[in-house]
Design a protein around this ligand. Structure first.
Ligand code: 4NP
Length: 161
């Protein structure tokens, strides 16, 4: 059998310390549980550069750990060249979605960009994961739940390779 290249997915928020590390960690865990690790390459990034090199926010780590998810990402900035590197680019909110679309212009990569919550059965027309940075642990837990439901949806949507 000819080995296929892993399907490359990235989660993008603003700082890459609160929301998108949860996306990366949760998706990796679901992929592992499904025995589909060989099919995927998973990363996360931020549109901003302020937190590059940092570990995930301790509140994201606490909430993730409560659900058995370990976050091991290091913050990195999303760059224009990443538009080519990934097959699926998942924006955590509408501002990020717009920023990514601007970056892609009318290029062929535009179609790879989606809102993460497109697959959240409880989205009810609201496709944002609100930024919990200035919130408390409840806001991080709420973000966790939205991201987990969405990740489950994406994993189901992506055909087995
Ligand atoms: P994130 O949260 O985009 O979910 O990582 C934020 C973290 C830091 C900042 C904004 C959002 N900040 O402005 O520093």
């Amino acid at each position: 059998m000819i080995p296929t290249k892993p399907y490359a997915i990235t989660f993008v928020c603003l700082g890459n310390i609160c929301r998108s590390p949860l996306g990366e960690g949760i998706f990796k865990k679901l992929v592992k549980e499904a025995g589909r690790e060989a099919e995927f390459h998973v990363e996360s990034a931020g549109l901003g550069s302020w937190h590059v090199g940092e570990d995930p926010d301790s509140r994201s780590q606490i909430v993730a750990r409560q659900h058995g998810v370990i976050l091991d990402s290091t913050a990195q900035q999303f760059r224009a060249r990443d538009l080519e590197r990934f097959d699926l680019i998942l924006a955590l909110d509408e501002d990020i979605f717009d920023g990514l679309k601007r970056m892609a212009g009318n290029g062929p990569e535009r179609g790879k960009i989606h809102l993460l919550r497109e697959t959240d059965p409880q989205a009810r027309g609201n496709f944002e994961v609100p930024d919990p940075y200035y919130g408390d642990l409840n806001d991080f837990e709420s973000a966790y739940q939205m991201i987990e439901r969405s990740c489950r949806g994406w994993l189901e949507r992506l055909p087995k390779r």
